[in-house]
Design a protein around this ligand. Sequence first.
Ligand SMILES: [Zn+2]
Length: 128
Amino acid sequence: MVSSVWEIESWVDEVASTAIKRFYPTALSRNISLPLSDIFSHLLRLVEQNKLRLYWEIRCPECFTTVQVQDSYVTSGEELECPLGHEFELRVEYLFPVFEVSDTYKSYILGSKKKLQNGILRRENMVP
Ligand SMILES: [Zn+2]
């Protein structure tokens, strides 16, 4: 179980070192054998550590087009209209979580990869 949590963290670190900015929690469930709810709650921990940010996409219930993205899990019951003209009242089930790698963590990962390669692999650090 602990190793699955490590897998989540390496997955996120891997993503942070690429051009990918946002991802859905379901993307991890394809590679990691944990229930989606466990993956989600661990990703929330990474949000607390400022590695990730959590956003909510509002999707049209008719055509699933993303209508807008907000940073809070709030439904005001407002009337929305998707680009294709479907009108709907905002409900919780039309909100989908999306995670974004924070800029600070992205640059940390990119910088630390180089620093580690240059530093750790020095001969004097090797234990014979
Ligand atoms: Zn629509």
